[in-house]
Design a protein around this ligand. Structure first.
Ligand code: ZN
Ligand code: ZN
Ligand code: ZN
Ligand code: ZN
Ligand code: ZN
Length: 193
């Protein structure tokens, strides 16, 4: 990879749209809504006593004994654990969480704008002259020759003494380096077009 991080967007590829904000959530992307579990009351029926406030404490011959439910303290309801006092934070349905205005002419509801210096890629080609690019290509070609030499040595070694290399082929790193160098040369050649 010969490309470098774009200086304008610091490699992010985009900027936050400053021109818009969803009117419904004021750009936050979330909205406060009523809790479904307790219908917004913040309280739910106690499951231990089914809202009856009393539970059976002792079974008797003639009469069962009931006492206040220990789970809800005899109130029959408990605090809803799915919300805060009946309210939950949900993804804003107007902007689907982007915080942007769907009809914003700048970002078309995406909430961010592609960096124009790098066309949103976050990376740009290095600012090199043709001569520099030719030098960079020649340098990589010489590196490939060195890597290939090392690789040839490993091929020979492994063929002659395979018992030394049962952990795997020792020239993997050289193979990888050659692939990378060839990719970079292709990228460099593309810059000359
Ligand atoms: Zn950029
Ligand atoms: Zn919104
Ligand atoms: Zn609730
Ligand atoms: Zn209860
Ligand atoms: Zn916008």
């Amino acid at each position: 990879m010969i490309y470098v991080a774009c200086g304008s967007c610091r490699g992010g590829g985009s900027f936050k749209c400053t021109n818009c904000g969803c009117g419904s959530c004021r750009g936050k992307g979330t909205a406060v809504a009523e809790c479904d579990a307790c219908a917004g009351s913040g309280w739910r029926e106690c499951r231990a006593c089914d809202g009856q406030c009393q539970v059976l404490t002792k079974k008797g011959w003639f009469k069962d004994k009931y006492g206040p439910c220990p789970s809800c303290g005899g109130r029959g309801t408990i605090k809803c654990d799915a919300c805060k006092q009946g309210k939950v934070e949900k993804t804003c349905t107007f902007c689907r969480g982007t915080g942007a205005r769907a009809d914003c002419a700048n970002c078309h509801g995406r909430g961010n704008i592609d960096c124009s210096s790098c066309q949103g890629r976050g990376q740009v080609a290095p600012n090199w002259s043709r001569e520099r690019i030719m030098e960079e290509i020649a340098y990589r070609q010489s590196c490939i020759r060195n890597e290939q030499e090392a690789l040839d040595y490993w091929y020979q070694e492994v063929e002659q003494k395979p018992y030394l290399y049962d952990q795997g082929f020792p020239g993997r790193g050289n193979e990888k380096a050659i692939v990378n160098l060839k990719e970079e040369i292709n990228e460099l050649r593309a810059l000359l077009l």
